[in-house]
Write a protein that binds this ligand. Structure first.
Ligand SMILES: [Zn+2]
Ligand SMILES: [Zn+2]
Length: 92
């Protein structure tokens, strides 16, 4: 006997269901989102490199709005945003 598997939204196995994908993505965020954030914070703090940069005397903000960056290891003066990981090169 062949019974076709269908999700709650009526889609079969060969038809990817957007609703189901969305549901599981939401669940992942709900379950892990907060932990990921705090894990990132722990890593940044452990590195001891969280800094608030100033450019021309004004607090520097990443384009995502975050003003806390951390220094990347290496010989260059490189910083990454704590929120979106965008990288900036320090001057001087
Ligand atoms: Zn579905
Ligand atoms: Zn950012």
């Amino acid at each position: 006997m062949t019974e076709k598997w269908r999700c709650a939204h009526g889609f079969g196995l060969s038809e990817p269901c957007r609703e189901c994908e969305l549901d599981s993505a939401r669940e992942t965020v709900a379950r892990w989102g907060e932990r990921v954030d705090s894990a990132r914070k722990v890593i940044a703090e452990a590195a001891g490199q969280s800094v608030m940069l100033k450019v021309a005397g004004k607090p520097f903000r990443c384009q995502c709005g975050c003003n806390v960056l951390h220094r990347l290891s290496g010989d260059r003066d490189l910083y990454a945003c704590n929120a979106c990981e965008l990288q900036y090169e320090g001057q001087g």
